[in-house]
Design a protein. Structure first.
Length: 153
């Protein structure tokens, strides 16, 4: 399904394979913790407004994930100018969920994708594997899974 026109309300859900990928990569922690990048995090990678010592329920973790993924998908839909399959959109939403929309916006991945080079875009996922300047085994695995999902279109 192609992207919605600019300015349209996005209500499409994230592909279930992308949600599963994110849940596996993030894990779920119901008490606030510092992620490898040093950011206070809770649930499935939620960071907005998290405070030291905060605890949530599993239901709250799911609600945060749903809201965070909706925002990530909105950013993907805003930045990508070519049609995407649902799995491509899901892979990109995972990327944005993890790295932020600014990383996608500045990326060669987006440049290649918007130029219609889907294979070149898929190859760019592997560039985004560093935490504090060093390769992370968790990010290597995650980016490989995102690239595989993106290519499964």
């Amino acid at each position: 399904m192609p992207n919605a026109p600019t300015g349209a309300v996005i209500s499409r859900a994230i592909h279930p394979a992308a949600v599963a990928l994110i849940k596996e990569a993030e894990g779920c922690k119901l008490k606030a913790y510092l992620c490898p990048a040093g950011v206070l995090t809770i649930g499935y990678g939620h960071t907005a407004g998290v405070t030291k010592g905060q605890s949530i329920t599993a239901t709250q973790a799911e609600a945060y994930l749903t809201a965070d993924l909706a925002e990530a998908a909105t950013q993907v839909d805003r930045l990508v100018k070519v049609p995407l399959t649902e799995t491509q959109r899901g892979a990109l939403a995972s990327f944005v969920f993890n790295l932020g929309a600014g990383s996608l916006q500045r990326s060669t991945l987006l440049v290649k994708l918007n130029a219609g080079d889907h294979q070149g875009a898929a190859d760019q996922f592997r560039v985004w594997i560093n935490v504090n300047g060093k390769p992370s085994s968790g990010l290597i695995k995650r980016r490989a899974a995102e690239a595989e999902l993106f290519r499964s279109a």
